[in-house]
Write a protein that binds this ligand. Structure first.
Ligand code: ACO
Length: 423
């Protein structure tokens, strides 16, 4: 085993080095504080490995993303989302029997307890679907308390029910009656039917839309230790149950710097269009350090070359719009923004490229998904990744409660004074 050496106050410490299956190198600092009294300092955890994981590999410099070894480009064009769920959670692609059983389990557990409808009724009109989704997922633990023997069943329940929860949250927000799940439809088709059908009409699933949604869910399915997945691991590390841990992940995803960016992108493109489509002005604004404005859908903590998911989505956006016979002025603005930004030294020097959220919103719009549901769509896609990480952490003997340290910069010791003595 190789080691790294660290010199602190003239004393040398030898630290073990671990190497991953893709030759990623990590310096193991677990014993550093015990030996030297010092900790490592890394706000935002950009250089901190919090676990060893066999689920997803990313090489941000080369734009590589693989789930369990399979390149995202292959999965995106050949697999179904349900297969990818199985792959991420159980580590291998399902054989025919495994897939049939998994699909049938996912079909049989889609219903919500009827009482849960009362929760939806209690939310005010216009309640954001992400707030509803997070709280409804956590509420599932009141119906299905954790038991070791039902762990796999609760995983099935969660994947099966999340689309019913998401669709009910949407129907609630537009005041339409809930549409119940159907057992004769694929996972993706059933979700679309619950979202778009109305009782008086015979809803037909459009295959172009179904394929597009399948692709979007696969592209979002996992992304190793991102903010929401790390949150799931953080909460789960205290041995909180599956539903509580995933509900926390949904909350972390909601923020505009993470999954909430897809909603921000469309709102930004709309704003640029309303302002005369002057995209150059907004590129300048994003560069201006006196302005808070940033180009949503640009930049990534890990990808410093290109985001392979964005490349796939850009192509797919054109195909979907063409197949649906639609055009979207926001797509033109997005492409122009990308072209200008990619040539601009500010973005080039900082290695800022479009991320997965840059084009996803345009496809969501094309297939009729309202803007406030975009981040919910991301959550549906990311669910298998969160579950896979939660499950991996649970079975990892080296896993401990997550508890970072800090460098304290507050007041040093001082004596309490009564309120009359204080100045
Ligand atoms: N527009 C303008 N400038 C940007 C942008 C952007 N979208 N992103 C980063 N920068 C600049 C920063 O101001 C900083 O400049 P400086 O070095 O002069 O101070 C530099 O690029 C580095 O950026 P950081 O914010 O330090 O990078 P970090 O890794 O912390 O953040 C993040 C990554 C959050 C994705 C950031 O790029 C961002 O805010 N992007 C917009 C939001 C977004 O699209 N989020 C979705 C991410 S993908 C996902 O979650 C699915």
């Amino acid at each position: 085993m190789s080691t790294a050496k660290l010199t602190l106050n003239g004393k040398e410490y030898e630290l073990p080095v671990i190497v991953g299956s893709e030759n990623e190198v990590g310096i193991d600092v677990q014993q550093l504080r015990a030996k030297s009294g010092a900790i490592t300092y890394d706000p935002g955890y950009g250089n901190t490995g919090a676990c060893q994981s066999a689920i997803t590999f990313i090489d941000g410099d080369q734009g590589i993303l693989r789930y369990r070894g399979y390149p995202i480009e292959q999965l995106a064009t050949q697999a179904s989302f349900v297969e990818v769920c199985f792959l991420l959670i159980y580590g291998h692609l399902p054989n025919h029997n495994e897939l049939t059983n998994f699909e049938s389990e996912l079909t049989r557990h889609t219903l919500l307890h009827e009482d849960m409808k009362k929760f939806f009724e209690g939310y005010p009109r216009g309640a954001h679907p992400m707030a509803q989704l997070a709280s409804m997922i956590i509420s599932l633990s009141t119906y299905y308390p954790e038991s070791e023997s039902e762990l796999d069943l609760n995983i099935i329940r969660l994947i099966a029910k999340i689309k019913t929860l998401a669709a009910f949250a949407y129907k609630k927000s537009i005041g339409q009656p809930y549409i119940y799940p159907r057992n004769d439809m694929s996972y993706v088709a059933d979700f679309m039917h619950m979202l778009f059908a109305v009782p008086s009409e015979n809803y037909q699933v459009n295959e172009v839309v179904e394929r597009a949604l399948n692709l979007l869910l696969i592209l979002h399915a996992d992304h190793e230790q991102n903010c929401s997945t790390s949150t799931v691991r953080m909460v789960g590390s205290s041995q909180a149950d599956l539903f509580a841990s995933i509900g926390a992940g949904v909350c972390a995803l909601w923020g505009p710097l993470h999954g909430g960016a897809n909603q921000e992108v469309i709102e930004m493109l709309q704003m640029i269009q309303d302002d005369g489509a002057n995209y150059k002005k907004y590129v300048d604004k994003a560069k201006d350090k006196n302005s808070d404005f940033k180009l949503f859908g640009f930049g990534h903590r890990v990808y410093k070359n290109f985001d392979p998911r964005a490349t796939i989505l850009k192509k797919s956006t054109d195909e979907v719009l063409h197949a649906l016979g639609m055009s979207d002025p926001l797509l033109e603005i997005a492409k122009n923004l990308e072209e200008v930004a990619l040539k601009d030294p500010y973005f080039v020097e900082r290695k800022l490229y479009p991320n997965v959220d840059f084009y996803s919103g345009i496809i969501y719009r094309a297939i009729g998904i309202p803007t406030n549901m975009f981040t919910v769509m991301f959550a549906l896609g990311r669910l298998p990744g969160w579950i896979a990480h939660w499950r991996e952490m649970r079975s990892d003997k080296a896993s401990r409660i997550n508890r970072p340290r800090q460098v304290y910069t507050g007041a040093t010791v001082r004596d309490y004074q009564s309120v009359f003595e204080r100045k």
